[in-house]
Design a protein around this ligand. Structure first.
Ligand code: ADP
Ligand code: MG
Length: 312
């Protein structure tokens, strides 16, 4: 078999800003990445996919909130599991259809995935990831007391619940993935960063109300399945230095040392490109390759003709 690649799909692969979150719209959007995956499969790569779930899990939380007098609301980790299931279904179906058009005999499976974190991760002391709907000040105070939620004012738009974003320690189910890849099966796993769980002193697993960054989970998965390449597909064709300024310059192929230098100079924004570059550098350091590119250029980026490629 060819090289093994782990691909993390950015939010815009499933839903773009201002689009209505219907299943039809999301299936249509997913056709672009499905075509790319089918092309990459034809290039003989073993493929593992992961994806974000921000807008989808936000809507599931909202459904729970609106219907709470009728059906007891599910905790966040269960909403996360639900989003893995339905996004996995949409991805699996669009990829199967794209493979069929290529007359490929590869198959696709979706694995629901738990991601283990450390209960003592400092993130639990500083919840900072806003999720779900906006509340007014009175509601926010009530929820903070009743449910012990941390509520935070979000850019003048009202109050939102914030949850911790701990580091992924270990992704469950990765032992199974190698067997599937060897049988020509494309695997979708770790959706939404995975369902956050921790092990207690007796080694028992428990769910946690947290959100794990999908690019960090993708990088961890890439390490655990011993991938050759870790790719992050997003809504820009390249990573840039001096991004958004008149002297912005796109990065094509660069070394780990160069990437670290630019990182230190502060070229990559905290909530967006920062975590991607951090994951890319950390993965490439092991003598491997990390790629950040546009959704519709994944096949060309793998062939060294597009995107930003960090080579360790
Ligand atoms: P995703 O859903 O793919 O994770 P993000 O919004 O988190 O998307 O990250 C992609 C965004 O990062 C781009 O749309 C861009 O606005 C932003 N960005 C910040 N700094 C840079 C940079 N130096 N080069 C390219 N994009 C950058
Ligand atoms: Mg992001």
């Amino acid at each position: 078999m060819g090289e093994r690649v782990v691909i993390a799909l950015g939010g815009n692969a499933i839903l773009r800003p201002k689009q209505e979150a219907t299943v039809a719209v999301q299936l249509k959007n997913l056709e672009t990445s499905a075509e790319q995956i089918a092309r990459i499969e034809q290039l003989n790569y073993e493929v593992v996919l992961t994806h974000g779930n921000g807008p989808q899990v936000g809507n599931i939380l909202r459904q729970n909130e609106v219907a709470k007098e009728v059906v007891p609301p599910a905790p966040l980790e269960v909403c996360n599991a639900q989003s893995q299931g339905f996004i996995g279904y949409m991805m699996e179906q669009t990829i199967k259809n794209a493979l069929k058009k290529n007359q490929s005999n590869a198959s696709v499976v979706t694995l629901y995935t738990q991601t283990e974190v450390d209960r003592k991760d400092p993130a639990f002391k500083q919840p900072n990831k806003p999720i779900g709907i906006f509340y007014d000040e009175d509601e926010a105070k009530k929820l903070a007391e009743e449910k012990e939620w941390t509520m935070m004012e979000d850019a003048g738009r009202g109050y939102r619940r914030v949850v911790p974003s701990p580091m992924p320690l270990s992704i469950h189910g990765m032992e199974a993935i190698s067997h599937l890849l060897e049988k020509n099966i494309i695997v979708i796993a770790g959706g939404g960063g995975g369902i956050p769980v921790y092990k207690d002193d007796e080694g028992m697993l428990h769910g946690l109300e947290a959100v794990i960054d999908k690019d960090r989970t993708g990088k961890k998965m890439a390490e655990q399945v011993d991938a050759d390449i870790f790719m992050m597909l997003t809504d820009v064709p390249n990573v840039y230095i001096n991004y958004g300024k008149p002297n912005q310059k796109k990065l094509e192929e660069l070394s780990v040392a160069e990437a670290e230098q630019y990182m230190q100079e502060g070229h990559f924004a905290d909530g967006s490109m920062g975590p991607k570059m951090e994951a890319a550098i950390s993965f490439a350091k092991g003598g491997r390759k990390a790629i950040i590119c546009a959704l519709d250029e994944a096949d060309r980026a793998l062939q060294g003709k597009a995107g930003t490629r960090i080579v360790g």
